[in-house]
Design a protein around this ligand. Sequence first.
Ligand SMILES: [Zn+2]
Length: 264
Amino acid sequence: MIRKYMELTRAQMEQVDREETIVLIPVGALEQHGNQAPLGTDDIIAGAMVEYLGRALEEAGEGDFPILAFPVIPVGLSTEHKNFCGSVTLKPDTYYHLLYDISESLYRHGFKKLAFLVCHGGNAPVIQVLSRELRSDLGLSPFILSAGAFGHPDVRATVSEGNVYDFHGGEMETSMVMAVDPSLVRLETAEAGIPSAFVGNQTLKTAGSVTIGWVSEDWKTADGKPIGIGGDPSGATAEKGRIILETSARELVPGLLEIRKWKA
Ligand SMILES: [Zn+2]
């Protein structure tokens, strides 16, 4: 189990080796994830990743690994989702300053290594910019961890055949929420989404060498209704979610071991 920052007393914090300890900062989002999955999907996944990561470290014989989990940052940069009901976003500069101020406070107490656990892709560009600023300004070592091992063969194998666009709010994310609490998912309301305007393009895509600042309205149902999710969540199961969370957590362990050895 990974110790939680918020559960330590001041006296316990004074005893923490803050030079060596990695502060893991899970960054989530509060945004629409289609009809079927909750607004807090990324926050729920972020919380679960901390638990699974703790188990993966124990499995690897690293039960006393020097890491402290910061509380999940529940709201992030969700500009692409803001027109869908329930989505909440910070502006890019607000989000940057929020994370900067948290990092600066940790720096003041002597922490040197921060690891942002990115549980919402839309947060990543701000965190990349921020991490360079923190390193240049304060001499911190700010690492960036991608929470989901979505390219791993064991994770790819959980995606139903033909579900080629699985991504935000799709089968994988819905499965992960079900692994935490199946009662939070309304699978019977699920609809599939595809990036219609890009389908068939050779070059202009949602990611790659030629792209656009896409918004989630670009992801539509087969009959053209903006649905805001990628892929077909209807095949989601709790067991698939467990596999994705477990695999993703295990995949982070070698990186954490190298972060431990990193000298600023
Ligand atoms: Zn998500």
